[in-house]
Design a protein around this ligand. Structure first.
Ligand code: C2E
Ligand code: CA
Ligand code: CA
Length: 363
């Protein structure tokens, strides 16, 4: 491979991790281009015991001396960039401090988060979900928002991962659960029979108290368990499948419904999926948004729908931004949908206007 021309040093760090040192590049972009070449080479299908096999890789890049000079920092930055490439499914990623969970700024944010919960800087937005058979809204997903007093609006994609590496994820999730259950109560009181869905992190499944706390909240607000749905990402489940199974079973026994979030991004094993007490799969936005143009994505969505139905699960398509996509999903047999086309995540104050418009409600 061309690597030879670059005077590269390739070493195995252990397990399935390798490091490549390019001591002779002319520009940073060259490292990126080379990263993609390596990825292409790795992804080349090959035969293994008579079967066609494919593997892939995620590559993280860091640049010296621009980003760091010492070896341990460079290795850490490359690792951070590699995990970013993995989670974004983009194959190659160059280190940025915003990807890093341990920079001083991010440590300060974790600190602020505790205060944010106590001082009411957090808010839940609600995004409608509809059934495709009658195109009516049956419930909402609660999505957290943080309005930081100095830094302004911080998206959940930035602070949830921080909360997840600290203990803050536990009080944060309890706060979300309490607000969502309260909101479900408020809807019941105004005559709406909506469900509310809250997101759980992997760490929440390891918390022995979670199930009791949820049960207590449902009792306190007199909300039937069937009105609460909990969403857990496929990768959170696969992080510790046995532990997740136990927690999910306890949640399911309360009568709460469970959905696997971001389905398609986490490489679950099918035999495993079959054993989980879940009722639905949410197909990740990244597959749904291009189904009209990208044949691969369309095939993935279609097979996921069939797979889910064969396992007795319903399918929720996320990230529906256009009417045409909605129709396409209907034809493919998806059960439910969520996305900007139906409604953006909204503050409770804006929700009233959305409900009053009544586009996705019975006439
Ligand atoms: P998610 O659970 O997959 O939520 C869906 C995300 O897709 C939301 O981003 C939503 O605003 C966005 N979205 C919805 N419809 C569309 C669409 O039509 N097009 C596009 N491009 N995007 C759409 P958001 O609110 O920024 O949340 C990001 C992620 O943060 C969530 O992904 C979830 O994983 C996490 N998150 C949000 N709130 C909570 C929470 O209370 N607890 C936990 N543990 N995680 C949360
Ligand atoms: Ca979700
Ligand atoms: Ca999702």
């Amino acid at each position: 491979m061309e690597i030879a021309e670059h005077n590269a040093l390739v070493t195995r760090l252990g397990g399935d991790e390798f490091a490549i040192l390019l001591s002779n590049i002319r520009s940073n972009q060259q490292a990126v281009v080379l990263g993609y070449r390596i990825l292409d080479a790795v992804r080349e299908p090959f035969e293994l015991a008579g079967f066609n096999t494919e593997i892939s890789a995620s590559i993280g890049i860091t640049i010296s001396p621009d980003q760091a000079q010492d070896i341990s920092t460079l290795m850490r930055f490359a690792d951070v960039a590699m995990y970013h490439a993995k989670s974004e499914r983009n194959g190659v990623s160059v280190y940025r401090s915003s990807y890093d969970r341990h920079t001083p700024k991010r440590l300060a944010l974790i600190n602020d988060l505790g205060k944010a919960i106590r001082e009411n800087q957090l808010e839940l937005y609600y995004q409608p979900k509809i059934r495709l058979n009658d195109r009516q809204c049956y419930g909402f997903e609660a999505l957290i928002r943080w309005n930081h007093p100095e830094m302004g609006f911080i998206p959940p994609g930035e602070f949830i991962p921080l909360a997840e590496v600290s203990e803050v994820i536990h009080p944060l999730t309890l706060w979300v659960l309490e607000q969502s259950i309260k909101q479900a109560r408020a809807w019941l009181d105004s005559g709406y029979n909506f469900t509310v869905a809250a997101n759980l992190s992997a760490q929440n499944l390891l918390n022995d108290q979670l199930v009791d706390r949820v049960a207590a909240l449902l009792r306190r607000y007199q909300v039937p368990a069937s009105h609460l749905e909990l969403e857990i990402t496929e990768s959170a489940i696969m992080a510790d499948p046995n532990r997740a199974l136990k927690a999910l079973q306890e949640i399911n026994e309360l009568g709460i419904t469970l959905a696997i979030d971001d389905f398609g991004t986490g490489y679950s094993s099918l035999s495993y999926l079959k054993r989980l007490p879940v009722t639905s799969l949410k197909i990740d936005c990244s597959f749904v948004k291009d189904i009209l143009e990208d044949e691969q994505d369309s095939i993935i969505v279609n097979s996921t729908i069939n797979l889910a139905h064969n396992l007795g699960l319903t399918v929720v398509a996320e990230g529906v931004e256009e009417e045409e996509i909605l129709r396409h999903l209907e034809l493919m047999g998806a059960d439910k949908a969520q996305g900007y086309h139906i409604g953006k995540p909204m503050a409770v104050t804006d929700l009233d206007a959305w409900l009053a418009k009544g586009d996705w409600l019975p006439r």
